[in-house]
Design a binder for this molecule. Sequence first.
Ligand SMILES: NC(=O)c1ccc[n+]([C@@H]2O[C@H](COP(=O)([O-])OP(=O)(O)OC[C@H]3O[C@@H](n4cnc5c(N)ncnc54)[C@H](OP(=O)(O)O)[C@@H]3O)[C@@H](O)[C@H]2O)c1
Length: 355
Amino acid sequence: MISAAIVGGTGYTGIELIRLLSAHPQVSLDLLTSRSEAGTRADEIFPSLRGVSDIVFSDLGDDTLAALQQCDVVFFATPHGVAMQQAEALTQEGVKVIDLAADFRLQSLTEFEHWYNQPHACPELLKSAIYGLPELNRDKIANALVVGNPGCYPTTAILGLKPIILLQNQQNTRLIEPRIVIDAKSGVSGAGRQASLALNYAETTDNFKAYGVTGHRHLPEIEQGLEQLLASQFAHRVRFLPHLVPMIRGMFSSIHLELTEAGMAIDWQQEFASSYADEAFIDVLPSGIYPDTRSVRASNRLRIAVYQDNTRHELTILVVQDNLVKGAAGQAVQNLNVMFGFEESLGLNAAPIVP
Ligand SMILES: NC(=O)c1ccc[n+]([C@@H]2O[C@H](COP(=O)([O-])OP(=O)(O)OC[C@H]3O[C@@H](n4cnc5c(N)ncnc54)[C@H](OP(=O)(O)O)[C@@H]3O)[C@@H](O)[C@H]2O)c1
């Protein structure tokens, strides 16, 4: 049994972590922090936790760090810039850190500072941090002290492109043209639980809008995934455009690609199916079946459909996930399982809920 803490337990990813960790057979959730709700039982704020967890929010002030240092692992379900303030003091005591924010995702300090408008607090530690996408980085995650849990959109984009980029590398031939268009949609919980005018009910319900049109923080993360994680031998130009859709949770990314002559010779349905055959959380749908967000709700599964049309040189990859689970808290627990040598799907096997 390991001892875990969550910093930032009143947010949407925080409550997902409480739900998942409370059902995990190898984890004891011993500390849960909130500045605004210190002293309150979590199930008073989230009645869904009644009978699931009796944990109380703490704000230990100056003693918080010392308390966190008693744990084996600390999850940061906080805004960007929080985890990097405490990660060094934790790792020095051997405590593992899983940050759901972006402090440990981008290896380039210039990119981090440009997109997140702040200097990095621990650049040396960043160098040893591992990007927490188990389907790509399992071996490194197993030995990591600090894991940067991926962004929700990049999870869909990188896993949706992985079989293509790897085969392209293996054959040392361009199979897709350089332009990659990722047209992505997220439910409103992707923006967190903080109140704001743009996110209130009347603004988001019965409405559908693009955002980050001139650039979004997840673009450099997707590019880093292609260039570093997948070590693409070929350059690509990525157009990433996210949208907010009127649903609470769920994410749908459509990836549009143009096949080269060599790419048209590949049976991409077969290639995706074999590439992910051993992955517990990735479901490549049979040809002709297309995913919907409801089919993954509240689960750690990510479903992919492949559509190939050689007459038009088209390859379209459709990817769905629950932004709060495979896109955040579920993936963080998957990373914990890898880091502590547990079976990777431990505590994550619940089926999606429908309707
Ligand atoms: N929502 C998603 O779908 C999603 C997906 C992937 C990644 N993420 C990332 O995961 C992180 C958490 O997201 P979320 O949606 O759960 O956010 P959220 O709903 O806004 O919750 C943020 C939490 O952080 C705490 N907090 C805020 N400022 C803090 C500070 N300076 N120090 C300590 N705690 C602080 C808040 O609690 P108190 O104010 O009570 O302390 C709250 O519990 C973010 O970095 C987000 O980008 C979110």
